[in-house]
Write a protein that binds this ligand. Sequence first.
Ligand SMILES: Cc1cc2nc3c(=O)[nH]c(=O)nc-3n(C[C@H](O)[C@H](O)[C@H](O)COP(=O)(O)OP(=O)(O)OC[C@H]3O[C@@H](n4cnc5c(N)ncnc54)[C@H](O)[C@@H]3O)c2cc1C
Length: 361
Amino acid sequence: MAAMKPITIVGGGLAGLTLGIGLRQRGVPVTLWEAGRYPRHRVCGEFICGRGQETLARLGLRDWLERAGAVGAATAAFFSATQSTGPRPLPARAICLSRFTLDAALAEKFRELGGELRVGQRWPAVGVHASACPDRLKPELQPEGVVRATGRRLQTEEGGARWFGLKAHARNVPLTADLEMHVSSRGYVGLCRVNGGRVNVCGLFRRRAGESVGPQNRRELLRGPIGSPLHQRLASAEFDENSFCAVAGLSLRPYRAVARVDCCIGDAITMIPPVTGNGMSMAFESAELAIDPLGAWSRGEISWAETQPQIARRCDTAFARRLTWAKWLQRFVLAPSLQNMLVRIAARSDWFWRMAFEKTR
Ligand SMILES: Cc1cc2nc3c(=O)[nH]c(=O)nc-3n(C[C@H](O)[C@H](O)[C@H](O)COP(=O)(O)OP(=O)(O)OC[C@H]3O[C@@H](n4cnc5c(N)ncnc54)[C@H](O)[C@@H]3O)c2cc1C
């Protein structure tokens, strides 16, 4: 039997590691380049919901993550300046696990399965070209067998807004539901319990023109306006200083994988608005959608010219509907004039609550 051709994965976040694990389970030789190191904190709500949990189960990872400390989430509550839905059952159970634990556990699993993990090493081809002009990379610059799982694309400004995210872990935060979402004129902050008895405090914010966001403002933003339910919730919070992290230049516009010439998965294709809590799921799902075509390429059954578009079409088909709904949901949730009304409707209408949840995953 001819030797299998090796796959190179660039980016050891959730998409890259999940793909690496799936390919190794099928005996494909894989080298994975990760610019950072493990364990590390990431800006993320750490709330895993949607079909990606089924991917994890199919790859034999879901129960294993529960054993690693993932906390189940069954209820959610939304808060605006004056309204609250109160705790409501989530239409489907979610799990919450810190990225500090999750990414490191997946990296370990990939290594155990015989994958070659190059940590602290930036893949040069992607690094050089991506920062310059990611969408116009020429096909001849894309080596065969290379999958880009490099995460979100950089966007300094979108529709006049500059988006940035903040995350920290805290103790001593009493919650009324497993997931609390607090919306305000600046953006939103989500709170959920994660492993180790801590609460993830994670927010997405608009940066105002000329505003600089230093460490002090970051804490204030996460704590919310004085007098708000969020501020009360975090009144006695003890933050873990080492867990503070920030990310800027977020692009929240949907993109299609078929528009690209390189083979992408996860946020490297597109980032679903974080308010849906579905980005990690899309990272897992897109990785799974890529396994069979990449396996076939590795065995020499199909060419790279067939493999890359096949993966792109699979991902676009799986994600198009939820990306459209998520775009509108995010627009409404972040419009200050609509927030009170939305929370009121979500409190009263089961149909609206389920629909907003189900259509965005
Ligand atoms: C504020 C905020 C809150 C969120 N909350 C949630 C939530 O609650 N639930 C949810 O499901 N999703 C959430 N998300 C989205 C989620 O975090 C992402 O969708 C997910 O991390 C995407 O995984 P990924 O593997 O595609 O990218 P990443 O996790 O970003 O990984 C990309 C990796 O590639 C590496 N890399 C990049 N370039 C190179 C290179 N040239 N060479 C080597 N390595 C490279 C990076 O170091 C990084 O480790 C949130 C996002 C934000 C911003």
